[in-house]
Design a protein around this ligand. Structure first.
Ligand code: KG4
Ligand code: ZN
Length: 341
């Protein structure tokens, strides 16, 4: 089925067309130039830029796939979670096309898109698998029994891993977005220069949130980086790259340790990562190494499928439509929405 997917949950506007899981076109307009000087995404500016980009991207995606709207059989759009103003731009566009062309509309959860992004590249991933979605807003670990059958095994109790990367990069004045900047500068750093204590958890229910076995925490490491930085008189290039590399090593280790432990405990056949932070080179190499040692199959998508894209949204839309599942025109933006709980 020819599905047009739209993604506008944060600071990338993306449109893709897929047919039977095959990508016919996939366009992304980043907004890094807009948010760079603020060191983070400014929601109002993000929505405005989505509005400017969305129509040219839909036209461009159709052109690249040598199609027009009459060829499209369904419209999939991210409706949660994300910045509400940004999500609304994509949803309004999707509703407009669906209504005028009398096409089915499918609202898609962004996290479900990331969790299945590996399918676009590898065709199939043996189930059950454990998937880690690690992005700017989320760090969530899921047990996946099949399409739509997810169980949340753990999530972050404070900062998302990507958020920690962005905040540490801002502190070290490495620029925005922080993850790629830390990844780059770490190449020249000594990852063993500093060590950070592994987060310790209490199993008490905090602020109504029930703890899970494979939860994460990154705010302690972020604070430890801040203390080291403040204590240092000579902020040399070497100090900065050593600190960045040590931080990255520690985050990568926490993520991989939890992912492997969850896979072994749950009897999963494979491990999968996705989300922006999954583009991190150290995380990717460490996961491959550890999964091989533990005899677990690992599915590590190419960078383009790790970061935000609309192909993963169109993929979910196509699978949902095949199952006879669609949304109605009351579809709305939801800022916070987990899956598998
Ligand atoms: O999935 P994504 O593109 O958008 C969200 O849904 O949040 O993830 C963006 C996050 C940002 O925090 C960014 O700094 C991080 O992914 N990121 C990275 C790398 N590339 C992007 N973090 C670490 N290393 C990278 N190479
Ligand atoms: Zn994302």
């Amino acid at each position: 089925m020819k599905i047009l997917g739209i993604e506008s949950s944060c600071d990338e506007t993306a449109v893709a067309i897929i047919d039977s899981g095959k990508i016919l076109s996939s366009l992304i307009a980043t907004q890094h130039d807009v948010h760079e000087r603020f060191g983070g995404v400014v929601p109002e500016l993000a929505s405005r830029r989505h509005m400017e980009n969305i129509v040219p991207l839909v036209s461009g995606a159709l052109q690249e796939a040598s199609m027009d709207l009459d060829d499209i059989e369904g419209i999939a759009v991210t409706n949660a979670p994300g910045l509400v103003g940004s999500l609304l731009v994509g949803i309004s566009m999707a509703k407009g096309i669906a209504y005028s062309k009398n096409l089915p509309l499918i609202g898609v959860n962004h996290l479900e898109g990331h969790l299945n992004a590996a399918m676009l590249e590898f065709g199939n991933v043996p189930t059950p698998y454990v998937g880690l979605v690690v992005s700017g807003g989320h760090t969530s670990l899921y047990f996946v029994e099949g399409f739509g059958k997810y169980r949340l095994l753990g999530a972050t109790r404070d900062d998302a891993a990507g958020e920690a990367f962005d905040k540490v990069a801002k502190l070290l004045e490495l620029g925005y977005p922080g993850g790629p900047a830390i990844d780059k500068v770490s190449v020249n750093g000594n990852a063993k220069a500093f060590s950070f204590t592994k987060p310790q958890f209490s199993n008490r229910t905090l602020k109504g949130v029930t703890p899970r076995e494979f939860d994460f925490s990154f705010s302690g490491i972020k604070t430890a980086v801040l203390h080291l930085y403040k204590k240092q008189n000579d902020l040399s290039k070497k100090f900065i790259s050593d600190l960045a590399a040590s931080f990255q090593e520690s985050v990568a280790k926490i993520l991989v340790d939890q992912l492997i432990a969850a896979a072994k405990t749950s009897g999963a056949e494979a491990v999968v990562i996705s989300g922006g932070v999954a583009a991190n080179r150290r995380l990717r190499s460490l996961l491959k190494e550890r999964a091989d040692t533990e005899k677990l199959k690992s599915f590590i998508p190419s960078m383009e499928f790790c970061t935000d894209n609309a192909a993963m949204i169109a993929y979910i839309g196509e699978r949902r439509l095949e199952l006879g599942d669609k949304s109605d025109f009351t579809l709305n933006a939801v800022g916070n929405q987990e899956i598998g709980i």
